[in-house]
Design a binder for this molecule. Structure first.
Ligand code: ATP
Ligand code: MG
Length: 308
């Protein structure tokens, strides 16, 4: 599916690497939107480039996973508080209101959400050491400035989950890992603490749910925005295979190589293939059919392991 689409009732306003955003088509040109339609395409990005071709039905899988997590997290209990999210009201109760607004052409891959004042911080939580965290640790023994014990290997579990924020770069630029102190400078001490506490809390809850299903939630990224009442609200996508690294717990325990330990349910297959076949200059090469098929199969497997 390419974008933007002509959708009845909606006007296209923005396309990110993966999602296309629409506002109601009767909205005055400069008026702030109250709600938006977020459509997840099948586009896949790695190293900040959108690749060709897309992964069949990826947008539907991402949306299904996000909705599943939003619903679970919204409900408190067992000492956990409910996490407010950007889905338009009643979704959790299963009322058919918001779904009526979703055009057939994007059904299954779209959500109607409250337009929030987004925080410019990608709220990353890591429970395990890998990726850009591992790269920094190898050089300095830290991740986003947080000192870690010596002697950790790629893929190791951290003593406790850590909040490692990134500054959300403007379109086309790389997000930049930043320290907590820098986060405080950007959003203020109170908001920085709120983002950190919410992120660690959601990660811990989700990691436990994954564990019950034989999955390790190695790391993940959240985005938050404030709603009209100023409530910090979970937005964008949540705990999907695009925003998170999920590994098979059994493979992690028994694997003898980093690749075997970190058998992932996400686009790591794409990242690995690209890293081996592209020098990161110019346009990335087209993904081979078997990489596309393997990635699609992993996305589907994650959804069934989590939700069935
Ligand atoms: P970029 O926007 O830099 O391209 P991206 O590739 O992650 O980043 P997408 O995920 O494709 O972008 O697009 C989704 C966009 O919508 C993000 O910029 C995200 O911050 C924004 N967004 C998500 N939920 C909301 C919301 N409820 N209100 C306002 N903006 C939102
Ligand atoms: Mg995004």
């Amino acid at each position: 599916m390419s974008s933007p689409l002509d959708l009845p009732g909606w006007r296209h306003v923005y396309s990110g690497k993966v999602r296309d955003l629409y506002v109601p088509d009767d909205l005055e040109p400069d008026a702030p939107a109250e709600r938006m339609l977020v459509v997840a395409s099948d586009r896949v990005s790695a190293f900040d480039h959108v690749l060709e071709p897309g992964i069949p039905d990826k947008g539907v899988l991402l949306t299904t996973l996000s909705l599943w997590w939003f619903d679970r997290l919204a409900v408190g209990g067992d000492g956990a508080r409910g996490i407010p999210n950007h889905l338009v009201a009643d979704h959790v109760l299963g009322a058919d209101g918001p779904r009526e607004l979703i055009p057939d052409a994007v059904s299954g891959r779209a959500m109607v959400v409250k337009a929030l004042e987004m925080q410019p911080i990608e709220c990353v939580v890591r429970g395990y050491l890998t990726g850009s965290g591992w790269a920094e640790y190898k050089m300095d023994g830290t991740v986003c400035g947080i000192p870690l014990p010596a002697g950790l290997a790629n893929g190791d579990r951290l003593p406790e989950p850590i909040f490692t924020p990134a500054f959300k770069a403007p379109m086309g630029e790389h997000d930049e890992n930043i320290s907590f102190e820098r986060t405080v400078e950007i959003v203020g001490a109170e908001t920085a603490a709120e983002l950190r506490d919410l992120s660690l809390e959601i990660y811990t809850r989700a990691a436990r749910i994954g564990e019950e299903r034989g999955l390790i939630l190695a790391d993940t990224k959240f985005e938050f925005g404030r709603d009209e009442q100023g409530v910090m609200t979970l937005a964008d996508e949540v705990l999907t295979s695009d925003s998170s690294r999920y590994w098979d717990a059994e493979a992690w325990r028994t694997g003898t190589t980093p690749a075997a330990r970190m058998a992932s349910f996400d686009k790591q297959i794409v990242r690995d293939w690209l890293a081996a076949n592209w020098d990161k200059t110019g346009t990335p090469p087209e993904l081979p059919a078997e990489i596309v098929a393997q990635t699609a199969a992993r996305y589907r497997e994650l959804l069934s392991r989590l939700t069935s």
